[in-house]
Every structure is written in structure tokens, then in C-alpha cells.
Design a protein around this ligand. Sequence first.
Ligand code: TRP
Length: 330
Amino acid sequence: MSNKIVLTGIKPTGMPHLGNYIGALKPLINYSQNHKTFMFIADLHALNTIYNPAEIREHTYQAAALMMALGVNMDNTVLFRQSDIAEIYQLNTFLMNVTPKGLMNRAHSYKAAMDKNTAAGLDTDAGVNMGLYTYPILMSADILLYNADIVPVGADQKQHVEFARDIAGHFNHIYGNLFKMPEPVIGQDTGLIPGLDGRKMSKSYDNTIPLFAPEKELKKKVMRIITDSKTPEEAKDPEESTIFQLYKHFASESEIAEFAEMFRAGGMGYGTAKTILFEKMNSVLAAPRAEYERLMANPEEIEAVLAHGAAQASTVAAETMSRVKKSVLG
Ligand code: TRP
């Protein structure tokens, strides 16, 4: 067991796809096996885009059920809902006052929103609310409230963790060393998981495979993977095949070597290769999918886990906030 504290937030925005699973969720699950882990559903971070309470609730359950079903080690993990902890709103207010506005102006997500507006000939801040603009401050509060050492995130979130370090630095400089410096850890595989058309798997390319798609849908998606026009007889380079690239994340070393050999040897058509991929994926995903569906049918079970997590998270949050208040307010 490591003595480093791992923390991450999962935004409740719907069913993740296989790229999210392989790049972000799998590493998290691995961390939870031998680290004290704070894992929360970042519902407050969804509020700048989702204005529908039923949707927030449903997506929060989905995200929590997903992590439980995928095998997060619950003995080491505090799983909770971000909005359940009163101290998060408090720390956010304190951090606002040491955060330079210019830092927020440099945030990638805010800049992307401005660029989009400019391209569309709109006012640069059209549609930008303060939730979006100050998103990195709330995220810094998440990280600092629970004394996180390691923050495993996707590449798109790295800047936010660096902002948390900056903000912690400003705070520590003024008030003394209260906050630890968190380290962002970026999943190595992020960005390399191909979607159905061979480009990076991403919602914006509409080429994703949902993690817990029902079996039939999973099969249909896998069968739709785009391949080149090589005949079954022809030898194929596994490294160039989306089918093989996806297979690698679900199979054992020896199965991977065997499948690669089948590509190189020739004699295997893409239809056969897709069937092998589908069966492998399905064998790995069937049990967690069933557990996920069971939990979603029993939301009171999810609520109980989140309530237990909130009680544990509160203890740490209260301790941090009492130190912060003392330092800032005297
Ligand atoms: N912003 C993250 C995302 O969009 C979610 C998140 C919120 C988070 N708070 C966090 C991630 C704290 C790591 C640490 O995915």
C-alpha cells in the first residue's frame, strides 16, 4: 500500500466510451487497488452545461454504478458526490481570492469557447457563464480539500491540475504552507485508442463504442469497424489495424501474440477478426455490465454507498477547512 493519496473527479455526463475506459477509468481502478483513493462524482462541474436535475441525478448514478461495477477497490476508496460536501463551496470562495483572473483567461476550455465564438462572428464571451470561467478554481478546491498527492487525469485536464498547483502556491505564499502540491498523472494510453473509423475514439468524431452497450449493440459496432480492402488470404500488419489495437486492451499477453500472428500469417478475413474481438470484449465486459445494470435498477444501493463516502470525505474536508479558516481569518 502506497502512502500517496490519489484523487479524481468524474463528470456525470453520460455513458463513457471504450476510449474513456481504457485511457482514464482503467488506470484509476488500478490505483485504487493499492492507494487511498478519493473518487467523487463531479456533479457541480456539470452544472455549467446541464440545467436538468433529473439528468444530473441519473448521470450521477451512472457514474457511481460504473465505478463500482468495474471493480474499484471499495476498501481503499471513498466514493462520494462532490455536492454533498459543504466545505467544497467554502474552499472555492477562499481560493477565488488568491486566483489571478489572468490565469483563468489562459484556460484551454475557456479559450476554446472564445475561439468558437470568434469563428462564428459572435461576442467572444457569448454563452460563457461563470461556472465555465471559474471551473478550474472549483477543481483546485476539489484537489486541495482532500490533500491529494496524485491526480490521474486525461491529457485534456492536465492544465487544470497545473492550475491547482499554481493556486496552492499563491495560497501557501500568502498564508504559509497549508496545501500539498498535487501531481497530475496522465494515462499513457490516452489518445491512442482508435474509434470505429480508425481516428482517435471521441464523441466529436461520432466513432465511439459505449462501454456498457448491450451485447447486440456492441456486436453491431464492432462489425462496423472500418478496415482496408485486403482479402482474407493477404497478410496484414496488426499494428495498423483498429481491430487489433482494441483487442490489445482486453486480452492477455499470449492471446495478443497469437492474434498478431494470425494477422501476419494471412488467411484470416476481417470479419473473423472482428468476431474474435467482439467475443473477447464481451467476455471481459459481460459481468461488469450485468452488475452495472443491477445497481442502476437499485439506486438506493448507490445512494447508500455515496452517503457512506460523504461521511468519510466530510471528516477530511472539515479538518482542511478548519486549518484554512484559521490561517485566513485568524
Ligand atoms: N474536470 C474533470 C473532467 O472534466 C472532472 C473533475 C472535477 C476532476 N474535479 C476534479 C478531475 C478533480 C480530477 C480532480 O473530467
